[in-house]
Design a binder for this molecule. Structure first.
Ligand SMILES: Cc1cc2nc3c(=O)[nH]c(=O)nc-3n(C[C@H](O)[C@H](O)[C@H](O)COP(=O)(O)OP(=O)(O)OC[C@H]3O[C@@H](n4cnc5c(N)ncnc54)[C@H](O)[C@@H]3O)c2cc1C
Length: 334
């Protein structure tokens, strides 16, 4: 079955397609890496009625798509999807498999790696090819205090999960062409151990924090849930998205999907406003791509203040209130 052509595979996580762009981001990165290995970029897609996604992935850089379609694959099934991926990987022997670090990807990729007896680097924030042609998997480690460069020297495929928002997708191009390999569903797929009763879609924010041009980020220094809420008012006036640090998520001031940092989202806005954040590495690792940072902190020596382009020594809550007032006045006098 193996065609002996070196290939980089991207697992097609198409749930909530318009919000979840990580598969497209991985296809783009795979296209960056592929020439260094003379590899072919492939997507692997399981489900039912998949044509829409097949053509989307081709238009975003997949040169070949392995598709297994069947009504029993309509809902994401960890048992069936793992089994299928393992079978395909054994048959076609890809050089690398990239999976988005979504909630499903984080559950799926380690199972596949274990069954294939290979390594997996979770939550990568970078991927490169070494001089020896190995996949260099760059990921925070030791609680985010170090960024580790990991290789899988012997086992294949080399596997990594990558956080959403780390790479830029290639713009949709209808002129791109790809080969579609339809694989019949095997007869003896495992049964699901979890029975799906219903799907309920969580309401999405208008814009995703990973893609926002302006991000307002708040930390423990905002002081309370009530004060933190002001950041949403400010964000609305600035057409921005609100993110925050782990303590504010733990305190329930902010939804966990807006956590910025090693355990959350990577942001790359043109402007980042940071209120009452100390600047721990687990947070700052995920804002290093921000073009311009304005930090507000009462402690001028906070790390966040040192990495900011503009550092304002002030009470975060008071400054936020003043900014809201000033912006509202400006809007009214226009
Ligand atoms: C494995 C692991 C993963 C982690 N992942 C993440 C992650 O993904 N994201 C993340 O954010 N953290 C993460 N953390 C936690 C991280 O180490 C820090 O604890 C956290 O980022 C600190 O958040 P903070 O800046 O809001 O709070 P603090 O560190 O408590 O800082 C509060 C800041 O507010 C300032 N301040 C206080 N009062 C005021 C005021 N009135 N006005 C202005 N400034 C004020 C203080 O001077 C201080 O600088 C992780 C930790 C571990 C161990």
């Amino acid at each position: 079955m193996n065609t002996n052509r070196c290939s980089i595979w991207v697992f097609g996580d198409y749930r909530n397609y318009f919000q979840n762009r990580v598969t497209l981001q991985l296809l783009s990165k795979a296209n960056d890496l592929a020439p260094k290995l003379a590899a072919e970029v492939c997507a692997v897609l399981f489900g039912h009625d998949l044509d829409e996604y097949v053509y989307e992935y081709i238009a975003h850089g997949a040169r070949k798509i392995y598709v297994v379609e069947h009504p029993c694959l309509k809902n994401y099934s960890i048992e069936k999807y793992t089994d299928l991926m393992v079978r395909l990987a054994l048959d076609y022997q890809p050089e690398a498999i990239l999976v988005g670090a979504t909630s499903f990807g984080k559950e799926f990729a380690p199972r596949v790696a274990k069954r294939l007896g290979t390594g997996l680097t979770a939550d990568c924030i970078g991927l490169e090819i070494t001089e020896k042609g190995q996949l260099l998997q760059i990921a925070p480690s030791f609680g985010g205090n170090l960024v580790a460069e990991i290789i899988t020297p012997k086992q294949r495929p080399q596997m990594a999960t990558v956080r959403p928002g780390v790479f830029q997708e290639i713009p949709h191009d209808n002129q791109l062409r790809g080969e579609v390999v339809r694989i019949p569903i095997p007869e003896n797929l495992p049964d699901d151990r979890v029975r799906l009763i219903a799907y309920e879609r969580q309401e999405q924010r208008e814009q995703r924090i990973e893609e926002a041009t302006v991000v307002v980020c708040g930390g423990r220094g905002m002081g309370s849930r009530k004060k933190f809420k002001k950041l949403f008012d400010l964000a609305e006036l600035l057409s921005a998205e609100v993110g925050g640090t782990r303590p504010v998520v733990y305190a329930g001031w902010l939804d966990s999907d807006a956590l910025v940092g090693q355990a959350g989202k990577h942001v790359k806005p043109q402007i980042l406003l940071s209120f009452g954040i100390s600047g721990a590495i687990q947070h700052t690792a995920a804002i290093s791509d921000a073009d311009f940072i304005i930090a507000v902190n009462k402690n001028p020596n906070a790390t966040m203040m040192k990495m900011a382009d503009v550092a304002v020594v002030a009470d975060a809550n008071q400054l936020c209130t003043a900014l809201i007032k000033g912006l509202k006045e400006r809007i009214q006098t226009r």
